[in-house]
Design a protein around this ligand. Structure first.
Ligand code: FPP
Length: 246
């Protein structure tokens, strides 16, 4: 950003918020590198940003917030980095279990949790179970998630239902197929935010992003602030959504 360009406070109409915002939390590694810190420090800072943004999303009145925390491809990273991310998730879930009753936040997980460490799987199950009692803002954490993997699993599950006589391929609708996805019951994201200057979708919510508005910013995820979220929401409100119509 030019030093001389004045950044005006974003104007957001709270009556026209998107129902569902999804975020690719990118740039933790570069944030750490620019400070001479190990990558895990970037993820720790990213986890703090997630906390701030999730709390703010709830205060604003967003119904759904979905974040990409760990992809099916992230296992290729060095073991110590994977371990650091799992530890951050564990810490966050422990805290969430303590505060959910007060904050009335619901949590759900998108992804194949069976490959996660057993104690983390148990924590995910517990948070999901407690969430059933609340109906506040729902935070979906994508863990060992990949859009193609999700679609393949859905196709397999649907094929099994056909083979076993529970479903009929001739009657499959988009809505019925959506019910085979991790996101069953959750409306598609209206707005997908990707910080860190990368302009790609990276296997995130491939089915669900069909009519999402995208917002890209150079800001690295650990530096993403409440004001940045407001900026993204203001940009969203300036868009004209036509869903293929006129
Ligand atoms: C992408 O940045 C970030 C990740 C793969 C991990 C995201 C994890 C967290 C924010 C912490 C745990 C999450 C929660 C919900 C508590 P990158 O490492 O690819 O960054 P780079 O592109 O700059 O290298």
């Amino acid at each position: 950003m030019s030093f001389f360009r004045r950044r005006e406070a974003p104007k957001v109409d709270l009556n026209r918020l998107p129902r569902h915002v999804a975020i690719i939390m990118d740039g933790n590694g570069r944030w750490a590198k620019s400070r001479g810190l190990p990558r895990r420090a970037g993820h720790a800072a990213g986890a703090e940003t997630f906390r701030t943004i999730a709390t703010f999303a709830k205060e604003l009145g967003l119904e759904y917030l979905t974040v990409y925390a760990f992809s099916t491809e992230n296992w290729k990273r060095p073991a110590d980095e994977v371990e650091a991310i799992m530890k951050l998730l564990e810490k966050y879930l422990h805290e969430a279990i303590e505060t959910m009753a007060r904050d009335k936040v619901k949590m759900a997980f998108f992804g194949d949790l069976s490959l996660l460490p057993a104690h983390l799987q148990a924590l995910c199950r517990k948070t999901q179970e407690i969430s059933k009692g609340y109906d506040g803002c729902q935070v979906n954490i994508c863990l060992n998630y990949g859009g193609r993997d999700e679609l393949l699993r859905a196709a397999k599950a649907f094929a099994m239902d056909c083979v076993e006589g529970r479903a009929d391929p001739g009657h499959l609708t988009q809505k019925a197929f959506g019910d085979y996805l991790y996101s069953a019951g959750v409306p598609d994201p209206d707005l997908i935010i990707r910080p860190s200057g990368e302009v790609r979708v990276s296997n995130f919510l491939l089915w669900q992003c069909a009519y999402a508005e995208f917002y890209f910013t150079d800001v690295l995820w650990p530096d993403f602030s409440k004001e940045e979220l407001l900026r993204a929401l203001a940009a969203y409100q300036g868009r004209s959504r036509r869903y293929g119509g006129v």
